[in-house]
Design a protein around this ligand. Structure first.
Ligand code: FPP
Ligand code: MG
Length: 343
């Protein structure tokens, strides 16, 4: 991907959540996202060593749909969207996300991210971990310049990201069932950051505490739904569309929701799949291809979609107390985007 590809993805996402008649909101959001892009590039450029600047700027420049900054900017629409620091809060959201992807790709041994070789594939694991640390440290420095509440929220969300990832590694413990364990993991590793992105926008724009709480809860539910859709796409979507290797969860032995539902269910049509998946180290080669094909046909896919849609309903319900208007409609439309995601 590239700067142009990022622009196209950002524009495409915006066009799905803001209708033409709401062009004032559209203008503000796209203007804000352009400033975010500029600031992200500046942040990487501020690395004192050119080699460090190259590494830390690489993945951010490679692309993404900038969902988290968009959430920050949308949340700020419930206060004063032009308040100082709103764009910087959106930058913080993306930097934490980028940091977490560097570490995640090391853990998942991913070779591709955003359609380009991952940082670990290009520079090795140690450099990728350090680049992630640099981005997280930079996000912490920027958050210290935002409203007072930003630092504790930023550190709490970072803690939750790490906790979710650790619990995913450890698997269910102490009588925790596989499904409650899964939902605990994804709420920490994914939803925490969507929620933080919204909370930062609400706080920085001076929106009321009630609005902040509603948006935080919306982010928690949207984030779980988003991760379920990610798990589904890992099975259904080709690498050329997602910019990641297809079936990565399976090959590294991480059970996404459809896999978990097939493994814990008793559907006899999933017997062959269960036999193939019975390897904690992951499934590779011909078994991997076969497992993906069986999964696509499994009823577990529709059960996962139902659980995703339940979360999206919960996300929509969280918005009930917010004032009607284009920003609220955009947040609702984002739920539809997550329900129909293909990338
Ligand atoms: C992607 O999950 C990864 C995350 C949502 C979070 C990763 C968090 C960490 C590695 C903890 C460290 C955090 C910081 C802030 C440095 P995935 O593997 O299911 O999705 P993918 O298909 O995009 O790889
Ligand atoms: Mg991963």
């Amino acid at each position: 991907m590239s700067v142009q590809a990022t622009k196209t993805r950002v524009r495409s996402l915006l066009s799905r959540i803001v209708v033409r008649e709401e062009d004032e909101l559209e203008r503000r959001l796209s203007g804000g996202l352009e400033l975010v892009e500029k600031r992200l590039a500046e942040c990487a450029g501020q690395a004192t060593d050119p080699y460090v600047a190259d590494v830390v700027g690489y993945l951010v420049a490679a692309g993404g749909k900038r969902l988290r900054p968009l959430l920050t900017l949308l949340a700020a629409e419930f206060g004063d969207p032009r308040a100082p620091g709103v764009v910087e809060a959106a930058v913080v959201s993306e930097l934490v996300h980028a940091a977490s992807l560097h570490h995640d790709d090391v853990m998942d041994e991913a070779r591709i991210r955003h359609g380009v070789p991952s940082v670990n594939a290009r520079w090795g694991n140690s450099v990728a971990v350090m680049a992630g640390n640099w981005l997280l440290a930079t996000s912490a420095r920027l958050s210290a310049e935002l409203v007072r509440e930003a630092v504790p929220l930023h550190s709490r969300a970072s803690e939750r990201l790490v906790r979710g990832q650790m619990l995913e590694l450890l698997g269910p413990m102490g009588g925790d069932g596989p499904l409650p364990h899964y939902f605990g993991v994804v709420s920490d590793k994914s939803a925490s950051l969507l929620s933080l992105s919204l909370q930062l926008g609400a706080l920085q724009s001076g929106a009321s505490a009630e609005v902040g709480h509603a948006l935080a809860e919306y982010g928690e539910q949207l984030g779980v739904a988003f991760q379920i859709s990610d798990d589904l796409l890992d099975i259904t979507s080709p690498s050329a569309v997602t910019g990641k290797e297809q079936g990565k969860d399976l090959s590294v032995g991480v059970a996404g929701l459809p896999v978990l539902l097939a493994l814990t269910g008793a559907d006899p049509r999933d017997d062959e799949l269960r036999a193939l998946l019975d390897s904690p180290a992951g499934v590779t080669g011909e078994d991997h291809r076969r497992a993906l094909a069986l999964l696509r046909e499994s009823a577990a896919m529709d059960r996962a979609r139902t659980l995703r849609d339940e979360r999206l309903d919960m996300a929509r319900s969280a918005l009930r107390g917010l004032s009607a208007g284009p920003p609220l409609r955009a947040l609702e439309a984002l739920c539809d985007v997550v329900a129909t995601r293909t990338e």
